[in-house]
Design a protein around this ligand. Structure first.
Ligand code: KIV
Ligand code: ZN
Length: 518
C-alpha cells in the first residue's frame, strides 16, 4: 500500500450511534452506509452486533448490501461478542472484526474488576479467536492514553503476535494533547517493533475539543488509519470529525510529507446533511467544512476580496466539498422520468413502488413550491424512507390558530397495527396543540424535550424540516419531518419520535426479561 495513504475508518454507525437520542433503524443505517461507500471511506464500522438484535440485523444487512469499503463489527474480548461480530460481518466483501479491552488501571480496577494479567490473557484469546474466522482483525486497548504505556505496549505486542492487522490507540475520554499523543505513539513503536508491520490507527474523542488535532498528531507519528465520524458525532462530545480530517489532509497534506486519503470529498456536504437529517443532530452554522457559513463571507472587505480573487479569503473551494450541488431543478410539470433521472444523478436508485411514492410526494410538493431543487429531493427521499419504517403515522390533522382563542388541534393517527385513533387538545400554541393531540390519540404520555425548525433551502416557499426529541420512561428518541407546511412537518416528526421511543421502550422491556450480553 502507498505509505502516505491514510485510511479513513468511519464509525458514524457505531460510536456515532451511541450519542444520546440517536436511534437509527436498519433502513436508515443502510442509507448512511451506502452514502459512506459513495464517499469512498475505507472502513465502515457498522455497529456492535452483540448489543441488540437490531444492531446485529443492521450490521448484517450492511455487510450483505454495501460494496466497496471494509465492513467492521465491534466486539469485546468475549467469545460470544466475537462470534456475533463474525456472524454479522461474514457476508461482507471484506469483513473485519474489531475487538477491544481496556488497558488503563482505572478501567481494569473499577469497571472490569480484574487484573492486568487477565487483560493480557483476554486480549490474546480474543485476537486468536477472531483470527480463526477472519484475516482482518483490529485490536484496541481502550483508554490507552490514560493507561501505563509499557503495559499497553505488552497488550499491543500480544495482539500483533496473534495476528492483529490493525492496532488502534483510542483516546477514549478525549484526555490527551497533540505533543503527548505523538510522544506516546513514538514510544509505542519503539516498544513494539511488530507495530511497523501492521496499520497503526488513532481514535480520538473531542472532550477538550482536541480530537482532530490529536488525530493529526497521530498521523504525524506514523498512524495510517484515522477513526472518525460524520459531523463528529459520537460518545459525549463526539469523535474526530470525518470532514475536517479529510479536508485537513487534502489542504495541508503536503506540509506533512504528502499524506492523503482517497475519499471523494465532493460527497462530504451530502454525507453531512444525510447524517444530520437522520440523527436529528444539527450541524452548527459555523462548523468547519460543512457548516452553512463555512464558505460565507459577511464583512465587506472579505466579500470584496473574494469577488476579485476567491483565494484572498478562502483556503478551500466550496465545490471540493460538494457545496455546489444544487444544480438540479424540477418543476410541477416535470414527469416521472425526469424525477427518476434527477434521483439517479443524486445517487438514489429508486424504481417500482418506491418511485411511485416518491413521485406522488414530489408532485404534492411541486404544487406548493415553484422549483424543487437537489436539496429538496434529498430531503423528500430521506423523508419517504422514514415513512416506510415508522410505527405510527399521522393520517390527517386540523389545527385552528388565532390570536383571539387558544389554538386547538385534532389529529388522526394510524397505529402500527393499522387502527386509526383520533385525539384533540387545546394548547399554548399550534405546535403544542398538535403534539398533545397526538399523545391523546395514542394514549402515550411522552414529554417534549427539543423542537427545531429549519428551512431546507433559502426562499419564501422553502421546505420546512423539523426535528423533535422527546422522552418516554426516561429514554430519549428523535424524529424528523419535512413539508412545505411546518405544522405538518412538526406532526410527522413527533409521531416518528414517538414510534422510535416506543420501539426503544419495547426493546428495553424485552432485554429486562432476557438480559443481553452487555
Ligand atoms: O473510544 C473508544 O475507546 C472506543 C473503542 C471501542 C475503540 O470507541
Ligand atoms: Zn470511541
Amino acid at each position: 500500500m502507498d505509505p502516505n495513504r491514510v485510511l479513513i475508518f468511519d464509525t458514524t454507525l457505531r460510536d456515532g450511534e451511541q450519542s444520546p437520542g440517536i436511534s437509527l433503524n436498519t433502513a436508515e443505517k443502510l442509507e448512511i452506509a451506502h452514502q459512506l461507500a459513495r464517499l469512498g471511506v475505507d472502513v465502515i464500522e457498522a455497529g456492535f452486533p452483540i448489543t441488540s438484535p437490531g444492531d446485529f440485523e443492521a450490521v448484517q444487512a450492511i455487510s450483505r448490501e454495501v460494496e466497496g469499503p471494509i465492513i467492521a463489527g465491534l466486539a469485546r474480548t468475549h467469545v460470544a461478542d466475537i462470534d456475533a461480530a463474525w456472524e454479522a460481518v461474514k457476508e461482507a466483501e471484506r469483513p473485519r472484526i474489531h475487538t477491544f479491552i481496556s488497558t488503563s488501571d482505572i478501567h481494569i480496577e473499577h469497571q472490569l474488576q480484574t487484573t492486568r494479567e487477565d487483560v493480557k490473557g483476554q486480549a490474546r484469546a480474543a485476537v486468536a479467536h477472531a483470527k480463526q474466522y477472519c484475516t482482518d482483525v483490529e485490536f484496541s486497548p481502550m483508554d490507552a492514553t490514560r493507561a501505563d504505556l509499557d503495559f499497553t505496549a505488552e497488550g499491543c505486542a500480544i495482539a500483533v503476535e496473534e495476528g492483529a492487522t490493525t492496532i488502534n490507540i483510542p483516546d477514549t475520554v478525549g484526555y490527551t494533547m497533540p505533543a503527548e499523543y505523538t510522544a506516546y505513539l513514538e514510544r509505542l513503536y519503539a516498544l513494539v517493533p511488530g507495530l511497523r508491520d501492521v496499520v497503526l490507527s488513532v481514535h480520538c474523542h473531542d472532550d477538550l475539543g482536541m480530537a482532530v488535532a490529536n488525530s493529526l498528531a497521530g498521523v504525524m507519528a506514523g498512524a495510517r488509519q484515522v477513526e472518525c465520524a460524520v459531523n463528529g458525532i459520537g460518545e459525549r462530545a463526539g469523535n474526530a470529525s470525518l470532514e475536517e480530517i479529510v479536508m485537513l489532509l487534502r489542504t495541508r497534506g503536503d506540509a506533512i510529507g504528502g499524506v492523503h486519503t482517497e475519499l471523494n470529498s465532493r460527497e462530504l456536504a451530502r454525507s453531512s446533511r444525510l447524517v444530520s437529517r437522520l440523527t436529528g443532530y444539527v450541524v452548527q452554522p459555523n462548523k468547519a467544512i460543512v457548516g452553512r457559513n463555512a464558505f460565507a463571507h459577511e464583512s465587506g472587505i472579505h466579500q470584496d476580496g473574494v469577488l476579485k480573487e476567491r483565494e484572498t479569503y478562502e483556503i478551500m473551494d466550496a465545490t471540493t466539498v460538494g457545496l455546489d450541488s444544487n444544480a438540479i431543478v424540477l418543476g410541477k410539470h416535470s414527469g416521472r422520468h425526469a424525477l427518476r433521472q434527477a434521483l439517479e444523478d443524486l445517487g438514489f436508485t429508486v424504481s417500482g413502488q418506491a418511485l411511485n411514492q416518491a413521485f406522488a410526494r414530489f408532485k404534492e410538493i411541486a404544487d406548493r413550491k415553484k422549483q424543487v431543487t437537489a436539496m429538496d429531493l434529498e430531503a423528500i427521499v430521506t423523508d419517504e424512507l422514514r415513512e416506510e419504517i415508522a410505527g405510527y403515522t399521522l393520517e390527517w390533522f386540523d389545527v385552528e390558530a388565532s390570536s383571539r382563542r387558544p389554538p386547538h388541534a385534532t389529529v388522526g393517527v394510524r397505529s402500527p397495527e393499522g387502527t386509526e385513533m383520533t385525539g384533540s387538545f387545546t394548547g399554548d400554541g399550534p405546535v403544542d396543540a398538535i403534539f398533545h393531540a397526538i399523545n391523546s390519540a395514542t394514549g402515550i404520555e411522552a414529554k417534549l424535550r427539543e423542537f427545531r425548525v429549519d428551512a431546507v433551502t433559502a426562499g419564501q416557499d422553502a421546505l420546512g424540516e423539523t426535528s423533535v426529541v422527546l422522552e418516554l420512561d426516561g429514554r430519549s428518541a428523535s424524529g424528523q419531518g419535512v413539508s412545505t407546511d411546518i405544522i405538518e412537518a412538526a406532526g410527522r416528526a413527533y409521531v416518528r419520535a414517538l414510534s422510535n421511543a416506543v420501539r426503544r421502550r419495547d426493546v428495553a422491556e424485552r432485554e429486562a426479561l432476557e438480559p443481553s450480553a452487555l
